[in-house]
Design a protein around this ligand. Structure first.
Ligand code: UDP
Length: 237
């Protein structure tokens, strides 16, 4: 167990990250690859919490006809499916995990209790937070921001398909410039599409640091906790 840059992290991955090229459902190979990186970080002695989205199955805005609250409930259930899949893949590799859900599903997951989550982390268990904040009209980015603050994570690692935060969309503008560091106020003012505004405001107001990085190579999580300078750091000031 060597020295790592962070002692306790919260990793946020989108549901789509588990889907591979199909964009829907779960791709076994991708799930295994991501799980292996998460386990590698945990094996370094880092306390690891994970929030996974649900967009590979369902999002609240997937239907315009459905009642929004019901649609959001379905979205939260989608995050539960991904959380269970991640837990299963990690346990098959020999990791010990706990899924803690913001909505009670006692037969499948423990209810979320902050002190219990912290105790699991201290014991080296990988904690997966399911069902976001437990409330409709929120996203799993907000769930990740909230939990990262509650458990006192050193950093919220936000995995994306881009290698950091740019001044404009790098996929559309070849002259886009990547930030080394940016403030939440700049993210909000310039609508930088890093995370939704509720989550960004939460992180700003509670001094929760976030590192935005690319998950295209899942090994990047290991590189980051070992201190490599990847991605863009988002801070209060
Ligand atoms: N959701 C919610 N409250 C929360 C977190 C999530 O209602 O606190 C619902 C919402 O409908 C959202 C869906 O769950 O669209 C899936 O989460 P998200 O869209 O954040 O997943 P991702 O885009 O990260 O895969």
């Amino acid at each position: 167990m060597g020295d790592t840059k962070y002692k306790r992290i919260l990793l946020k991955i989108s549901g789509e990250a588990l889907a591979g090229d199909a964009k829907m459902g779960i791709n076994d190979e991708v799930l295994k690859e991501i799980s292996a990186s998460i386990k590698a970080v945990s094996d370094l002695g880092v306390q690891v919490a994970v929030v996974v989205g649900g967009g590979n199955f369902w999002r609240g805005r997937s239907s315009e006809k459905m009642d929004r609250v019901t649609a959001d409930h379905m979205g939260m259930l989608a995050t539960l499916m991904n959380s269970l899949a991640l837990s299963d893949a990690l346990e098959q590799m020999g990791a010990v995990t706990r899924v803690l859900s913001a909505i009670e599903v006692r037969q499948m997951a423990e209810p979320y209790i902050r002190k219990r989550a912290v105790r699991h982390l201290e014991k080296g268990r990988i904690v997966i937070f399911a069902c976001g904040t437990g409330n409709p009209y929120f996203s799993t980015d907000s769930g990740a921001a909230l939990r990262a603050t509650e458990i006192g994570a050193d950093v919220l690692l936000k995995a994306t398909m881009v290698d950091g935060v740019y001044d404009k969309d790098p996929k559309k503008h070849p002259d886009a410039v990547k930030y080394e560091k940016v403030t939440y106020d700049e993210v909000l003012k310039n609508d930088l599409k890093v995370m939704d505004a509720t989550a960004a405001a939460h992180c700003r107001d509670n001094h929760t640091k976030m590192l935005v990085f690319s998950m295209e190579d899942p090994e990047n999580i290991v590189r980051i906790v070992k201190g490599e300078n990847l991605g863009t750091l988002v801070v209060k000031e």
